[in-house]
Design a protein around this ligand. Structure first.
Ligand code: SF4
Length: 496
């Protein structure tokens, strides 16, 4: 028969293993202890990855060979037949499979199957450009794949509904929308949990972050379809309006919780956007809600993936703002209880307890805090990769170095993203319960985000002055009568 197909842990969907080219192949799945030790990261991410692979092995029955081994190479040698693979999703893994190809253990390397746009087509689109803007990429994706288009015009007459998608949270404990689809754990999850407990006990080199907890994300093709359906039918309608809001008592709000199944390739991104488009076309959700969601999937997510490859390995070392502060212990230990700032403490607890918070806490709480305090961007990127359940190698570099920390000098974002407490107060319900006051910048109850914002503005005033999107903040800073006192206070602050 044809050569077997070796699938990596983030290539688990039916559109891969059961496509016409592969449906007659045997499938090889390898669980490597050395890889688990090397990658570490959040305990719940290790669980999701192992659970996904073992569920697929069970689903494929006789068609699958499921191996547990120390390393991949030894397993392949023992397996004894050359295998076909799809290009993996990181540079390190890609180098590795190309070496295996040279050694004859891999017979063929097919393109990566996880994204709508191929790497070759992206390179054609990117051309000789140095700087890239998501909005341009996204509009071309809409045209290319004919998503939300009426002929050559955007459906509804607008490319972008951001202005309608920025509401503050409602004044209640939770958003009050229907719940997301939740997985029910089974025997496989129980086995994974026991095996990970045993591994941590037996192998000092295997170390995870965060805490264990019930599985919160889809790990099979069937589960992913259910999660998608529940989102489209019950939650997409309210997604856009509150996508930027944060509520201390409601971590999911209207978010899709599809980043894990998408990044495990359990869903084909074009199927997902077609389904969201249908919901808008048949009138079950507003155009603004569907557009906001579709932008995340074929816009942002694909943009980040392609720039990870396009910018190359040197991008990880970018540090244009010369940020060299080491991550403090309470941050790397996810010690939420040691943090007084209510917003930061709650978000850090979410990372510890679930390995997931939505995009605004990532950008405007964690990222903004790090930017204000000058945390080292490479160290911060690794922190995000390790601690987020959807943080595979390709995800965080451009999100953190580019979007969040402006460490690339603006190759993909027009300005640094940070704010004072006023923004957090508008977009969340955190400040009411906080020991600090978002309006106060000096003294005992000074909000660390408000004071940190001015400290950041002061430190980078030359860069900010030269950018017409940020010049005004420098002018405002220069009118602050208590600036010296504020800077003094912030330099001395080591608790938050
Ligand atoms: Fe966060 Fe400042 Fe609001 Fe406290 S007052 S929750 S530190 S923004």
């Amino acid at each position: 028969g044809p050569d077997p197909l070796w699938l990596f842990a983030d290539q688990l969907g039916p559109h891969i293993h059961s496509c016409d080219d592969h449906k007659d192949r045997q499938v090889l799945l390898i669980e490597s202890t050395a890889a688990l030790a090397r990658r570490g990261g959040h305990r719940q991410k290790a669980h999701l990855v192992l659970s996904g692979m073992r569920h697929l092995a069970a689903e494929l029955g006789d068609r699958a060979e499921f191996w547990q081994a120390e390393g991949y190479r030894d397993a392949l040698v023992e397996f004894g037949r050359p295998v076909v693979v799809h290009e993996p999703s990181s540079r390190a893994a890609s180098r590795f499979v190309h070496a295996l190809h040279d050694e004859g253990l891999v017979s063929e390397i097919l393109p990566n199957p996880t994204f709508a746009l191929s790497r070759k087509d992206f390179e054609t689109w990117a051309g000789e450009g140095e700087n890239f803007r998501m909005e341009n990429f996204y509009r071309d994706q809409r045209r290319r794949f004919d998503i939300l288009m009426d002929g050559t015009s955007p459906a509804g007459g607008k490319w972008n509904y951001d202005a309608e998608n920025r509401d503050s949270p409602p004044k209640r404990e939770t958003l009050g929308v229907d719940p997301p689809w939740w997985p029910e754990e089974d025997d496989i999850d129980e086995e994974v949990r026991a095996d990970l407990d045993a591994l941590v006990d037996d192998r000092p080199d295997v170390r995870f972050t965060g805490v264990d907890g019930p599985r919160q994300f889809a790990v099979t093709g069937d589960e992913a379809q259910k999660a998608l359906r529940t989102f489209l039918d019950h939650r997409l309608a309210t997604f856009g309006r509150w996508e930027d809001a944060m509520m201390g008592g409601d971590w999911t709000m209207s978010h899709s919780l599809l980043s894990v199944p998408l990044n495990l390739s359990l869903l084909d991104p074009l199927d997902v956007v077609h389904a969201a488009e249908s919901a808008a076309r048949d009138g079950s959700v507003d155009m603004a809600a569907a557009e906001g969601f579709i932008r995340q999937i074929i816009g942002w997510r694909e943009f980040i993936w392609h720039l990870y490859w396009h910018f190359g390995p040197g991008y990880m070392k970018k540090n244009e703002l010369k940020a060299h502060t080491r991550l403090p212990d309470w941050f790397t230990d996810l010690d939420a209880d040691a943090v007084t700032a209510r917003c930061l403490s709650d978000v850090l607890a979410g990372v510890r307890d679930r390995g997931w918070v939505h995009h605004i806490p990532r950008l405007m709480i964690l990222g903004s805090h790090a930017l204000q305090r000058g945390y080292d961007p490479a160290e911060l990127t690794e922190w995000f990769r390790a601690n987020f359940v959807d943080g595979f190698d390709w995800v965080m570099p451009v999100n953190v170095i580019g979007m969040s920390q402006h460490a690339d000098g603006g190759r993909m974002a027009t300005k640094p993203y940070t704010s004072g407490g006023a923004y957090i107060n508008t977009m969340s319900d955190y400040c009411g319960d906080c020991a600090y006051n978002p309006k106060v910048r000096v003294g005992e109850n000074a909000c660390p985000f408000t004071a940190g914002y001015w400290q950041f503005t002061h430190r980078h005033q030359n860069m900010l002055k030269a950018n017409n999107r940020t010049a005004r903040s420098v002018a405002t800073m220069n009118r602050l009568k208590d600036l010296d006192e504020l800077l003094e206070q912030e330099r001395a602050r080591d608790e938050f």
